[in-house]
Design a protein around this ligand. Structure first.
Ligand code: DHB
Length: 307
């Protein structure tokens, strides 16, 4: 009932993890693979192993989360090998987040030359590396990156974007993305460089960057919905939207799809609840669809009404 499609890829259901959430180690990835998710994405990786930032680097709040992980990951060889060895009827997304264009190209060359048959999520929006701007906020650079990537890379690829807040920025980014044969666009990464504080102790709650970090969860849902909606209306219809941001229950999932999402990623709530979150949200979304008389996602995808 909630199966979905991104070009030639069919997913048994539209739910998956967001990159970063429980997807770094073999154990975590296998739990996702065995779960009721329709897909999974690996932790954003670099060429080589990275330890990441100092702890504490992740903190849960009543309404969401703040993180400054600093790209801890086991290196591309591990994630590529894992995704090749576990390719099944559950397609796998491989997330890459090189610290430079050159590093991304090197990783994509490796993937191109391998027997990987999944999708690459090219992360243009990590907010937690001190001194490294988020590529997605530099329009010229984003255009240059995509030109270089598509000059040689021929396998299925999409991009993960940061949130935008300005009409002009939506239009500019969409007109760049529309020039390329992207499979999907994931909206949104965390809202970068937020600050959460502990009122009692009068201090920040994570150690890196004096407490500044990416915000997820309930705080970001309206921003996520706006980005999904904008890009759904602005992008060529053959570029699918993957919605990410503040999905905690079936209603949140329904709203993302109504805005135009074909697939849904769960980050903060997966961290809070573990992989059983997929069973719960699956059931809740199905119940809503039954109640509203919808048989498939296509029946309401993108059909948000204006007043
Ligand atoms: C990290 C955080 C992100 O939001 C992201 O897109 C990539 C990496 C991190 O801090 O590890």
């Amino acid at each position: 009932m909630i199966s979905t499609q991104i070009k030639e890829f069919t997913f048994q259901n539209c739910l998956m993890n967001a990159s970063g959430a429980l997807c770094m180690t073999e154990k975590e990835l296998s739990a996702l693979l065995d779960s009721n998710s329709g897909s999974l994405v690996t932790k954003s990786c670099t060429m080589n192993y990275r330890e990441g930032n100092e702890s504490p680097r992740y903190f849960e709040t009543e309404l969401g989360s703040i993180n400054s992980m600093g790209l801890p990951n086991l290196g591309i060889e591990f994630y590529m090998k894992y995704s090749i060895e576990n390719q099944s009827e559950k397609p796998i997304f491989l997330s890459i987040a090189g610290l430079s264009l050159e590093e991304n190209i090197l990783m994509l060359e490796k993937i191109q030359d391998s027997s990987f048959i999944g999708l690459v999520e090219l992360n243009l929006s990590c907010p937690n590396i001190a001194g490294k701007p988020q590529t997605g906020y530099d329009f010229e650079r984003t255009n240059e990156v995509l030109e270089k990537v598509f000059s040689f890379y021929k396998k299925p690829l999409g991009v993960k974007l940061p949130p935008y807040f300005d009409e002009i920025h939506f239009n500019e980014m969409a007109s760049i993305l529309n020039k390329f044969p992207l499979y999907f666009v994931t909206c949104i990464n965390s809202v970068g460089n937020g600050l959460y504080i502990d009122f009692e102790t009068e201090s920040v709650v994570i150690k890196p960057k004096n407490g500044f970090g990416g915000i997820g969860g309930k705080y970001v849902k309206p921003v996520a919905l706006a980005n999904v909606r904008k890009f759904y209306t602005l992008l060529n219809k053959d570029i699918s939207i993957i919605g990410c941001g503040g999905i905690e229950n079936g209603q949140d999932a329904f709203e993302h799809i109504l805005c135009g999402a074909s697939m849904l990623q769960i980050g903060t709530q997966l961290m809070k609840e573990g992989v059983s979150v997929f069973d719960r949200i699956h059931t809740e979304l199905q119940d809503i669809m039954i109640h509203k008389n919808y048989n498939s996602i296509a029946d309401f995808k993108g059909k948000l009404m204006n007043l």
